[in-house]
Ligand binder design. Structure first.
Ligand code: PHE
Length: 456
């Protein structure tokens, strides 16, 4: 990022002139895609797809991304670019009144997600090291995973290390380094995913796994599946909490965003499709249950590496890349909270970062313990980690997205339409359809899914 060279911005006022901005449109797309692509694609998506009937979940998920997801993603970016502020500041500036509560909801979601995201990202670091030491050549991945979780301090130490790295990047301001590193590492991650998918599909029983992933089984058509698919779409696209508002706020106002939203969603979806094409063939190859819960990716991926030439090396490289993908996502969870503390309460950036990261670690402790030594940390048939995950992804993010749809559709529709009219004068009908969708369809659909998902 570099300092904005533009003068006063009409909505945000002169103070906004000093904000950092992305160096280029590509820089924004890559950073936003870096936020979107992460554990959500490779850890969370296969876990939920496995529990919700594979192909049917995939279908519901694709539908959610293509309709509600992309519309809310664009809404967030437009809000951020127009306001040039953190989520709370953006809603206060553009909406006033109680609208800023939407910002508070988002900040809370970001903080809570970061707490368990750090725990799972810690597992990827641990697995990178375990791959390097060749542990998987002697022990079954499911046993390695169970042992890691059963050890009280080991997963906590990894979570701490991961959050410390996240804090180090965020406290320096969103560095040029991250923007540039993304440009190299993201394509590398995709390349590796393609390689692994090819290997997984060609394993014995691999095609059965692929069939499970792609063939919709209508017996799973329940409101719970649809609600889970909506939550996953929001989680994976990093929307509903203001991360994309924050990233959009670092755009210069003349940088176009319409196409960027599609590109971000496409990259994110591709990563999920590849992850499923690796995990489910591996599940069938290894004779595992697709509905094995949040450890699914971790107990299947090492199985694929073991079947590859130079598998140990592949395993290390993969988990390191996954940790980096998680890092770029975690940055976008920490950044809105920090931007909020800095912009709204005048915190110094370093202090805000330290405070938030330590807080997220502490709240993450029960999540980590709930899967290992303290199974009593559970409620409603879910572990503490599952519970925080469900509360945020399936309830808070959709609620935030619902509010954002109402906000753009009703409160700032003329401004939002004008924002997009400038960059694509020939797409007016599409812009109008988007506003109408946000005004009527999105709130009704999300509202129905939220209610139906709750009373199931
Ligand atoms: N989208 C990220 C992932 O899939 C997680 C995330 C959610 C990041 C919400 C920011 C905001 O891993």
């Amino acid at each position: 990022m570099q300092r904005a060279s533009e003068g006063a911005l009409d909505v945000a006022g002169p103070a906004a002139a000093a904000r950092e901005t992305w160096a280029s449109r590509l820089g924004f797309v890559m950073a936003a895609a870096g936020s979107a692509v992460g554990l959500g694609n490779i850890w969370r998506f296969p876990w939920l797809a496995g529990e919700n009937g594979g192909g049917l979940f995939l279908l519901a998920y694709l539908l959610m991304v293509g309709t509600l997801g992309i519309s809310v993603l664009l809404a967030e970016i437009v809000i951020g670019r127009a306001a040039q502020k953190d989520p709370v500041g953006a809603f206060r500036l553009l909406g006033g009144g109680a609208w800023r509560l939407v910002g508070y909801l988002g900040i809370t979601s970001a903080f809570l997600i970061l707490s368990f995201y750090g725990v799972v990202a810690g597992w990827t670091l641990a697995f990178a090291v375990k791959q390097a030491t060749g542990l998987f050549e002697t022990a079954a991945p499911s046993q390695v995973f169970a042992d890691l979780l059963a050890a009280t301090y080991e997963p906590l130490a990894w979570a701490f290390a991961f959050l410390a790295m996240t804090a180090a990047v965020v406290s320096g301001g969103i560095q040029n380094g991250i923007e540039r590193a993304n440009l190299v590492l993201m394509p590398l991650l995709f390349l590796l995913l393609v390689l692994l998918a090819v290997r997984a599909v060609t394993l014995p029983h691999g095609l059965e796994g692929l069939a499970f992933f792609f063939a919709p089984d209508v017996t799973h058509l329940t409101t719970a599946t649809i609600a889970a698919a909506l939550g996953q779409a929001f989680f994976s696209l990093s929307i509903g909490l203001g991360a994309m508002i924050t990233y959009g706020s670092y755009l210069q106002r003349r940088q176009p965003v319409g196409r960027a939203a599609f590109q971000i969603a496409a990259l994110d979806t591709l990563a999920a499709l590849l992850a499923g094409s690796i995990v489910f063939p591996a599940v069938y190859f290894a004779g595992l249950d697709p509905a094995s819960g949040p450890g699914l990716a971790f107990v299947t991926l090492p199985t694929v590496f073991a079947e590859m030439p130079a598998g140990r090396l592949f395993g290390v490289v993969f988990f390191v890349l996954l940790a980096i993908a998680a890092l770029t996502s975690a940055i976008s969870l920490l950044e809105p909270v920090v931007a909020f503390l800095v912009d709204e309460y005048g915190f110094r950036r370093r202090r805000a970062t330290l405070l938030t990261a330590v807080g997220a670690f502490l709240v993450g402790v029960p999540s980590s313990l709930s899967l290992g030594p303290m199974p009593e940390l559970a409620a409603f048939g879910m572990s503490f980690l599952d519970l925080v995950d469900f509360l945020t992804a399936s309830l808070m993010l959709p609620a935030g997205g619902l509010a954002m749809a109402l906000f753009v559709g009703w409160k700032i529709a003329p401004l939002a339409a004008a924002e997009l009219a400038g960059e694509a004068p020939h797409r007016q009908p599409l812009v109008r359809a988007w506003i109408l969708f946000l005004r009527f369809v999105a709130p009704a659909a999300i509202g129905w899914i939220l209610v139906a998902g709750l009373i199931r």
